[in-house]
Design a protein around this ligand. Structure first.
Ligand code: AMP
Ligand code: MG
Length: 413
């Protein structure tokens, strides 16, 4: 066939091999100390150990009366009222009890409590109608967490609950992995700033803004490098500027076979290209290189291709750089709503909307899957992995889907 004559010099890697190559070049970034109470989403760089017991004193678990379980059913004289925030100094003696509110440390002598709903109090005497077991409704020392125990392990992605746990323990600073600084450069003589007047035939730079947003969503610090014209020296300088300030550089466009596609030769000159093509659709010319310590991803120009390549290849790298032990998106099996036509030669990542119906996950296509149609990504929460071939997958078939967003629930209740 003729197109063999103009074959790219770069071998085409399977997606798994491309991803493995990328992850093999990722070293997680150095750690930094941050405010623990605002650290949700960050990845812990050290194990966190409980500095104290939780609770640190035995406490009443309900509103009621602290008493001595060994007194049995006898009426008790009520000697005090203890409310939260007070550390009691009294001793509850035989035949005595004290009113006590939830969360208040238990007074000495009392080994149990009874909830107020199960009592009567007349003329200063507490009357109960059942025996109370030792320790009943007492929140004992270290019951929630004992001092020295591992609370949150290195590699934990901190959640709001984790922030609460750290606050409870008085941990206000934590070590987390630094976020990657990610610079994004658009290329193309036809590419213009969205706010600028657009000459005839020009396109607005959607890729840079979408990629900057995707970088932030993935936990990176996004740095815009603007738009470089299709001129070798201009692009070379812009790339060097990116390398100087970022852990990762993303470029958009200029990686195909056109005469003004200059990114690959520039990267080959400045550093090492690890791969220059991936066997997937969309995004075949996606390129990965190292220049010094900076990882460089040359993403395709077509808007859908650049974002899908980001999702499949770049996002896992950004997650791994910030210490995420599970940098890949979850995968599920879903049934396809309509017939799916595969690409003949490459696995294809089709944009779908995943939703629960009854106990089944269904994947609905977002429509025309053209590489320029950004709207195919709008409303998509999954990438349907369609293996290559000639055979159509009929509606109802089960295929794997990468989950990229929240799954809709069409069930009521
Ligand atoms: P290229 O890979 O440089 O040949 O670009 C392929 C196509 O993607 C171009 O013809 C443009 O229509 C489009 N494109 C390139 N860069 C951008 C960008 N930054 N934003 C939107 N579309 C772009
Ligand atoms: Mg171009």
């Amino acid at each position: 066939m003729n197109d063999m004559l103009r074959e790219s010099p770069y071998p085409m890697l399977a997606v798994e091999d491309a991803l493995a190559t990328v992850l093999a070049h990722v070293r997680h970034l150095p750690l930094e100390q941050v405010d623990a109470l605002r650290a949700e989403g960050r990845i812990l760089a050290d194990d966190l150990v409980a500095p104290e017991d939780l609770p640190d004193l035995p406490k009443a678990a309900m509103d009621g009366y602290a008493l001595r379980s060994s007194d049995g059913l006898i009426p008790r004289r009520v000697v005090a009222e203890l409310t939260a925030g007070v550390n009691p100094t009294l001793l509850v003696g035989p035949g005595e009890a004290s009113r006590i509110m939830t969360g208040t440390p238990m007074p000495a002598g009392a080994d149990a409590m009874i909830p107020v709903e199960q009592t009567r109090e007349t003329e200063g005497m507490l009357v109960i109608e059942r025996v109370v077991r030792p320790g009943e409704h007492v929140h004992s020392v270290g019951q929630d967490l004992s001092r020295g125990a591992l609370v949150l392990a290195r590699g934990t992605r901190l959640t709001p609950a984790d922030v609460g746990i750290m606050a409870t323990l008085g941990i206000t600073q934590v070590a987390v992995f630094r976020r990657p600084r990610v610079a994004v450069l658009a290329t193309g003589d036809e590419v213009y700033e969205p706010s600028a007047p657009r000459p005839v035939g020009a396109v607005r730079d959607s890729n840079r803004y979408a990629l900057l947003a995707a970088v932030r969503e993935a936990g990176g610090v996004a740095i815009s490098l603007g738009i470089a014209r299709d001129d070798r020296e201009t692009q070379r300088r812009a790339i060097l500027e990116g390398i100087a300030q970022a852990d990762v550089l993303l470029t958009s466009g200029g990686v195909s076979m056109g005469t003004r596609d200059l990114i690959k030769p520039i990267l080959a000159e400045l550093g090492t290209i690890h791969f220059g093509r991936i066997k997937f659709k969309p995004g075949k010319p996606t390129t990965f290189a190292s220049v010094g310590d900076t990882l460089v991803f040359g993403l395709p120009g077509y808007p859908v291709s650049s974002l899908v390549a980001f999702e499949i290849i770049v996002r896992p790298a950004l997650r791994a750089l910030q210490g995420d032990p599970q940098p890949l998106r979850p995968r599920v099996l879903a049934r396809v709503e309509t017939d799916i036509r595969p690409s003949s030669d490459r696995p294809e990542y089709q944009r779908v909307r995943l939703s629960w119906r009854g106990s089944e996950l269904w994947a609905t296509s977002t429509g025309n899957q053209g590489s320029s149609r950004l709207l195919s990504l709008h409303g998509a929460n999954g990438l349907l992995i369609v293996p290559p071939g000639l055979q159509i997958y009929p509606a109802g078939s089960s295929l794997e889907v990468l989950v990229t967003g929240e799954i809709f629930n069409q069930n009521i209740g």
